[in-house]
Write a protein that binds this ligand. Sequence first.
Ligand SMILES: [Cu+2]
Length: 288
Amino acid sequence: MAYVRKNVSSLTAGERRRFVNALLALKRRGEYDEFVRMHIDFYTADGEDGLRTAHMAPSFLPWHRRFLLELERALRRVDSSVTVPYWDWTRDRTTTSVPWTKDLLGGNGRHSDRQVMTGPFAYAAGHWTIKEGVTDGRFLTRDLGRSAAPLKLPTRSELQWALDDPVYDASPWDSTVRKGFRNKLEGWGAGSGSASWKNHNRVHRWVGGAMLGGASVNDPVFWLHHAFLDLQWSRWQRAHRSHRYLPARPPGAADAQHRRVVARYEKLPPWDETPDQLEDMSRVYRYV
Ligand SMILES: [Cu+2]
């Protein structure tokens, strides 16, 4: 029986508490920091050598799908009633709406050093010390809405612009491609600065603090954000039934993207599964 992933705004008080407690249990056991480390280690950008799996690549969606499943399995070993909720940032758009409440993820960072002071993940609460990071900071930081240069969350129509593209991804399969659902959703746009950040990228920027960069998993909102993106992938599949993950075959030896991206039937490191095997999750979970 498939289990259900819910909109975070519809969780009951008890469901909120159990989700938070399961995260804190993984943190206490050191398992949570392994997820942070893994996301840092798999951040290979266009400009670097080697296979790109998690970002700036077609496998952005299956990689994060598998990563979320792994976290969810760990949470469900702690408490089998828990699933990863999603944050619909086209609806819950303010710095005080869900998930930024005291009984969920806590609120914004304070002005002076952006330290999160409320909720279960505040450093002062004693259960959430950052250990794996790209900086030495030990406390969780946020700058919701980017106070110095305000930014808005992506809108429903911006998300729809991505969903309306029937092609999953296109050559050169990186951050520069302007067509295809994957990069329109991942959000590497043309130009520089705030106008160039779309959908997924723009949300990371809007949250700010720990959510900027490879160690973004340190903020539990990472999972809620990526669950919502994962839901968009299934919506896109339903809207374009004859379309699938691309590339279907690996780019050839003459292609600049040779051995840089994962094709449909290739294994997606560090797992043994292929994008093909990760396209249909309907027997594992569904979204409500
Ligand atoms: Cu992300």
